[in-house]
Design a protein around this ligand. Structure first.
Ligand code: FAD
Length: 492
């Protein structure tokens, strides 16, 4: 006899799931333990799950998803919980299926340069374990010591070095997935040129809405022969932004170009002591890598571009230790913002590179009007901003103002032809902003793809797609995106 009520189905799930995960663990009824899976890194969204399944194998994930499908129970896949858009927040009356205990590196093939890994392995571990073969895994989110490869796949994560090497999608050859109906598929293959529709790409960046990743084939790169890194100080964000444009216009694609404003420099310096100049209005970290001769030549060109744009000081990393110190400061930026204010919102948006300087001015105006401070640290080469909106959480007015400024920044990004997210994903936080970029036809097309994977709508529901009831958006006439208006994109 079918079990009709939601609570009845959940009780049935609790009873049966325990037997399906003999090596892993099921957390049921332990309020404190369950609550620690209630949010990701964006703690203002929270929902305590009914059950957490800590799987130890692909088979256990498979069994748990099959049971969800049978009983119509919503689930969310989870990695390390470092997401910054509420993507891993459990659906109401739903379960968490975590891959965080699946940390195996199953195979390293140094000849074909492929690593086969379980989804819970931390990003940085892949590079550490493949280093003895002279190889590494290129995408490097600042959270790379903790965040999981499964989470990276789901978010199509980026990082400082993605300017030259591309995002996660460029480094994942294939994935084994458990689809929401409980079937298991391998999408993609070891050859990058698989015939047929590229379903692997649909999954990359789908934020857990198409199923759960249980195994990943990663493309590895040879470690570059030479790497050179500098920090260039500037007395204005405009000059730093101009230097970014000058470097790219010279035809150079550095491994990374990162930018920090004065507040971000102050925060990182207080936290890490990376040796950044506290009197600089803005600083660029520029890194070039590749064959030694090429690197030496490009490095000189980068320095000239910085000089021609008025750099006030160039610090060159003398050795690997200094290079690591420079990067430690940058990668600690989000945590370091805690040195500036008791709370902050990390925003993530994209603007055309040429608009970097002007958007910083607009962000400063928004912050001034709201009586707040905003620190800016970002992947300048990609135009990917990370404004950190600082506020006091004890003040309801400041908290509200911070939320408002953070949203206005995203609206600004779209207005000038950018995007609502560069790498942190849409999740719960920006589901309502999707309508600012996509018209109802686009969103419907995405939904149709989603439904092809998940007819019941049980995989991470409520994420990515705007819910008209909650978002208040009204399907309307098609509005051209600013990129179309500027002639840089066409609609077909
Ligand atoms: C300090 C800090 C710095 C950061 N820097 C960067 C950065 O430079 N670049 C960047 O891109 N991001 C960055 N992030 C965001 C975050 O680390 C990435 O989005 C990361 O990929 C999330 O991985 P996770 O394992 O923590 O995933 P989670 O937070 O656990 O989950 C994120 C999403 O992935 C889904 N998911 C997780 N595992 C699976 C799976 N096995 N199968 C299917 N879906 C799954 C979840 O459902 C959720 O929607 C940063 C975060 C922090 C806290």
């Amino acid at each position: 006899m079918p079990i009709a009520s939601r609570s009845g189905r959940m009780e049935e799930f609790k009873r049966r799931v325990v037997e399906l995960v003999p090596q892993g663990e099921c957390i049921i009824g332990d309020a404190a333990a369950l609550s620690s899976y209630g949010s990701d890194g964006l703690i203002r969204f929270r929902q305590t799950p009914e059950v957490v399944v800590l799987a130890k194998s692909a088979g256990e994930i498979h069994s748990a998803v099959k049971l969800c499908a049978e009983l119509g129970i919503p689930f969310v896949g989870r990695g390390s919980g470092t997401g910054l858009s509420g993507g891993a927040v459990p659906p109401p009356d739903g379960v968490v299926i975590a891959a965080s205990a699946m940390k195996g590196i199953l195979e390293i093939d140094p000849v074909d340069r492929i690593a086969v890994v379980e989804p819970g392995v931390a990003n940085l571990v892949v590079s550490e374990r493949t280093a003895p073969f002279g190889l590494y895994y290129a995408p490097d989110p600042s959270s790379q010591s903790v965040c999981s490869i499964g989470g990276n796949v789901a978010e199509n994560s980026g990082g400082a070095h993605c300017l030259k090497y591309g995002f996660t999608t460029n480094h994942v050859l294939a994935i084994e997935v458990v689809l929401p109906d409980g079937s298991v598929e391998v999408l993609g293959g070891e050859s990058p040129f698989e015939p047929g529709l590229d379903l692997r790409s649909s999954f990359l960046g789908s934020e857990g809405t198409l199923g759960i990743v249980t195994k990943v084939w990663l493309r590895l790169l040879s470690r570059p022969e030479a790497v050179r890194t500098l920090v260039a100080d500037f007395d204005s964000a405009e000059s730093a932004g101009a230097a970014v444009s000058a470097i790219i216009a010279a035809g150079i694609v550095p491994a990374a170009i990162e930018m920090m404003d004065a507040l971000a420099i102050e925060a990182c310096e207080k936290a890490v002591g990376a040796g950044y100049s506290l009197d600089a209005a803005a600083a660029l970290i520029v890194e070039v890598d590749g064959p030694r001769e090429e690197v030496d030549a490009l490095y000189e060109e980068v320095k000239s571009a910085c000089v021609s744009c008025g750099t006030t000081k160039i610090r060159e990393a003398a050795d690997q230790a200094e290079r690591s110190r420079i990067w430690l400061g940058r990668k600690a930026a989000f945590a370091a913002a805690g040195r500036l204010a008791p709370a902050y919102i990390v925003q993530d948006g994209v603007v055309p590179r040429t608009a970097l300087a002007s958007i910083l001015g607009r962000i400063a105006e928004l912050a001034d009007d709201a009586g707040l401070r905003v620190a800016n640290v970002f992947h300048a080469g990609d135009g990917n901003l990370h404004p950190l909106v600082l506020y006091n959480p004890d003040s309801p007015e400041e908290s509200e103002a911070a939320e408002r400024v953070a949203s206005e920044i995203v609206e600004l990004c779209v207005e000038i032809g950018g995007s609502i997210t560069g790498e942190h994903g849409v999740g719960l936080e920006k589901a309502c902003s999707m309508a600012a970029m996509f018209d109802s036809g686009d969103l419907e097309a995405m939904q149709r793809l989603r439904i092809a994977f998940d007819a019941q709508g049980i995989a991470n529901p409520g994420k990515v797609f705007p819910t008209p009831r909650l978002c208040g958006d009204t399907p309307g006439r098609y509005r051209a995106h600013p990129l179309e208006l500027s002639g840089e994109a066409i609609r077909f």
